[in-house]
Ligand binder design. Structure first.
Ligand code: IMP
Ligand code: MG
Length: 178
């Protein structure tokens, strides 16, 4: 897979340091609160699993599924593929995402969870593509800022592949221009 990667954005050890730092901050911010960590499928499974293990406070963990159509382009059409198993009512929810791109997915989920009675909804994302935002949204915990390049690894995919790379890297455009 390495030959398909143009440059590394975050190494495995940089990711581990970032997750440890976010875990510490989140543990302190949510001390004494009823925390429900919600990973956005499928991209955030690795970050969610690593993050909850970096927390020193009790929490519940769940996943929610939304998908936008297409492989690299975000069409704006969202479809819920899995709803929460735990009730969001009265919970302090931390939404965990792999990348904040246009912001449509997280804005939609934030509104949905608020409507479902969540006490608060905050966002934690590994990457934030600030230049790509198309809606008014701010992540509360950001692993690293990213430019507009298409990245894969640590949960991020291209056509459901490359998610299992332990690092994050820019995919060679030749791979998706084939
Ligand atoms: P948003 O709704 O545009 O913020 O879309 C976020 C979703 O788009 C993420 O959960 C990813 O699935 C996908 N996405 C955006 N940028 C990338 C990327 O560079 N690589 C892989 N997936 C991406
Ligand atoms: Mg995703």
């Amino acid at each position: 897979m390495l030959q398909d990667i143009e440059r590394i954005v975050l190494t495995e050890s940089q990711i581990a340091d970032i997750v440890a730092g976010m875990g510490k901050q989140i543990s302190s911010d949510y001390q004494g609160k009823d925390l429900l960590v919600v990973g956005v499928l499928n991209g955030a499974v690795f970050l969610t699993a690593d993050l909850v293990r970096a927390l020193t406070i009790p929490c519940q963990m769940d996943f929610i599924g939304v998908s936008s159509y297409g492989d690299t382009a975000v069409s704006g059409t969202l479809r819920m593929t899995k709803d929460l198993s735990v009730s969001p009512k009265g919970k302090h929810i931390l939404l965990v995402e792999d990348v904040l791109d246009t912001g449509r997915t997280l804005l939609h989920l934030k509104q949905y969870l608020t409507e479902q009675g969540a006490e608060s909804v905050k966002i934690c994302t590994m990457l934030d593509k600030a230049e790509a935002h198309q809606v008014q949204i701010t992540a509360d915990y950001v692993g690293a800022a990213a430019d507009n390049a298409f990245v894969v690894g640590y949960g991020l995919d291209y056509a459901q592949r490359y998610r299992n790379l332990p690092y994050i890297g820019v995919l060679r455009p030749a791979v998706y221009q084939k």
